[in-house]
Design a binder for this molecule. Structure first.
Ligand SMILES: C[S@@+](CC[C@H](N)C(=O)[O-])C[C@H]1O[C@@H](n2cnc3c(N)ncnc32)[C@H](O)[C@@H]1O
Length: 252
């Protein structure tokens, strides 16, 4: 099976640096866990130091970009984790679940190997309007179908905590909403190439032309300039945390 990130991940490490504020938010939720499985670990961002971390990643292209200091990595898929029950204190996953072929099975696997203790960073939909969707309406269509809802997480994990993760104005991890206050960034093909939703869109040229024009004429600032007064903004990124053991997980 070809891993998507073998096709789109070659520039990942340059464009998607772990953001220190998001890193801290995740660290806090990992609490005292000593053994951690990082599912969909990519190039090693957000792997917590000082703990026993094992990374799980399907893409050879992503694995090749992991620094030498990164945790040991096992090549594989979330849907079939090659680990025994309760092998880890916690299973974590950062912006990965929307790429899994079967997120329900993958989540159940994450819970199985970590006694129900799972910490995920994900996106639950635009809780506030994101101006980029005025140019690329497909963003909402595509991402709303790819990302599970809070109810979906509850169905598999049972009781969960949902923790808001506001995106800093200078976020260093170039995911979809990272550049909410730096609109020129979306004109850069390197930036778009590092965001999987853009890889799914066909003809981006007309929308890019409109954005470029609005930035040049000052129309963007007239419409959205108010955003420049914020230091962070909530666009629907959330940490989903289940503490296990799994009480009322539905059977498939
Ligand atoms: C947006 S990247 C996030 C990488 C890393 N967690 C980070 O925050 O930088 C998504 C990752 O999920 C991985 N992935 C895709 N399908 C997967 C699956 N079925 N099981 C585990 N990981 C998967 C991709 O190969 C990619 O490395």
């Amino acid at each position: 099976m070809e891993a998507t990130y073998d096709r789109i991940g070659s520039n990942y490490q340059a464009a998607r640096l772990a953001d220190s504020r998001i890193f801290e938010a995740l660290q806090t939720q990992l609490c005292s866990a000593q053994s951690v499985l990082n599912i969909g670990a990519g190039t090693g961002s957000y792997e917590p130091p000082g703990r026993n971390v094992v990374a799980l990643e399907p893409s050879s292209v992503m694995i090749a970009q992991r620094p030498e200091s990164a945790s040991p990595v096992v090549q594989g898929y979330a849907e079939a984790l090659p680990f025994r029950d309760n092998a880890f204190d916690v299973a974590m996953g950062v912006l990965t679940l929307h790429h899994w072929n079967d997120w329900e099975r993958g989540l159940a696997e994450a819970a199985r190997v970590a006694g129900g203790s799972v910490v995920l960073l994900t996106w639950i939909g635009f809780v506030q309007h994101f101006w980029l969707a005025d140019y690329f309406p497909e963003i909402e269509e595509l991402d709303n179908t790819r990302f599970p809802s809070i109810e979906d997480y509850q169905m598999v994990l049972g009781e969960i905590e949902v923790i808001e993760v506001p995106i800093p104005q200078d976020c260093t991890d170039g995911f979809m909403c990272a550049y909410w206050q730096r609109p020129n960034a979306y004109l850069d093909p390197q930036v778009r190439n590092s965001i999987s939703t853009f890889a799914m869109m066909s003809n981006q040229t007309p929308a890019l032309g409109r954005l470029e024009d609005d930035l040049a004429t000052g129309r963007w600032h007239q419409k959205y300039g108010e955003l420049l007064s914020y230091t962070s903004y909530d666009y629907g990124y959330r940490i989903i945390k289940s503490s296990g053991p799994i009480g009322h997980r539905n059977s498939r």
